[in-house]
Design a protein around this ligand. Sequence first.
Ligand code: BES
Ligand code: MN
Ligand code: ZN
Length: 502
Amino acid sequence: MKLTVKKGAVLQEKVDAIVVGIHENGAEFNPVVQEINRLSGGAIRKVLERKGFTGRPEQVEVISAGVAIKATYVFLCGLGKAEKAGLEQIRQAMGRASLRAREMGLKTLATTTATFSYQLGDATIKDVASAMTEGAVLALYQFSKYKVKEDTNSRYIEELRVVEGERDAAREAEKGVAQGRIIAESVNFARDLINHPANEMTPTILAGTAKTMAKVNKIRCTILSRPQIERLGMGAFLGVAKGSQEPPKFIILEYNGGKKGDKPIVIVGKSITFDSGGISLKPSEGMGKMKYDMSGGAITLGVLRAASMLRIPVNLVGLLPATENMPSGTASRPGDILHSMNGRTIEIISTDAEGRLALADALFYATRYKPKWIIDIATLTGACVIALGNYATGMLGNDRELKERTTEAGEKVWERVWEMPLWDDYFEQIKSPIADMKNSGGREGGVMTAAIFLSKFVEDYPWVHLDIAGVAWNDKERAYIPVGASAIGVRLLVQLLVDTCH
Ligand code: BES
Ligand code: MN
Ligand code: ZN
């Protein structure tokens, strides 16, 4: 889809549809709506009266534009209550409008920031244009790589045009559209990696993709293979990899956008390309979904891509311990003891608690950078799905400021996090009679026992752990998240970086 910005009058554009936002019962305050209403001889007022369109968030009303307007249709999109007005309402409205337009087979859309922002006090034109772009690009994402015979791509929108009345506004909108596009395409890049099945997204393939992405974006990329991983002493990570025929890869990305001496921020992404559970085999029902257990790693790649393309002035490192978790004659067994890179010993209770094993060594590796922050992002526990459901990411960490900033970034981009307690008490549950700790503390408090396990590998560096198990896969279509990989976390972390580094 072409994204263009121009100076002009949006109602003069010759497009298939003009997209207009309306707050609940707020049509009379919207300058663009008023103008269309005037030009169309009161058509909008009639629709509002007749069709019960009130501007609720889920509403998209398509009306014929009439002769005074050059477009074929006008899309009226509900933005919800004016008191709740925010960037999220804009993303959702643009998402829904774009999906409807594609369904109708339309090719060109035009809109303007004024119709979305007229009740948004503090948002800039750039913010609004970015949100509009994100909504459209994220909503229109499709994964059709393996639909080789069926033509799923015959309907696609060719152009979204943002038309601004003033030159300055157009310039600001242009910046917003550029930013929104980079962010949304980085999310879609991550979604693609996650949606690929495990046979087409092995650790080796993931490493190759990381390399290519890094090369394009001038990011340094190092791939460590088994011998090097062994030399580093990553016994916990290798304990997971042992059962698979697919060789593990430890993927390192370094983007140096900051000043030379600036301490880096390290992001560690769980990258289990398939989680069968290993010898502690998962039930077969729904097991195929466990291809998304590398979401954290894909998200990390997406964040690095965006950070580099947006030229965020930060030194950023991404670490992906990539492996499958498979049962076999060479697999680790429950009862085995692993030696992690930081010297701690771990008794395996369940080979299905593999994420924390791989992360343990990666987190300790992160301390080599003497980082400003360590952030890990992982589909770590089923317990998190039970606790928070599908709308919140679990957050635990050892640094108040980092957690507050993460929470704020989450609110802004609507990838919200919810804090859970990282209390020492939880360590009781993972004490082992024969090793330093065990890898499972049982069913109770599974989110916290997993996090307290990870905390033993970050030394005293400021660290936050994000458990995305409940949000990483989307089962029911949302305004701008199609069914499948959500890649929730990319926009959150990009916002966190932007807020701290600009
Ligand atoms: N990848 C899973 C966590 C998961 C489960 C993510 C469901 C998304 C949906 C993880 O490796 C796992 O299996 N965790 C176990 C830990 C337990 C054995 C301590 C779990 O949550 O059951
Ligand atoms: Mn598992
Ligand atoms: Zn897992």
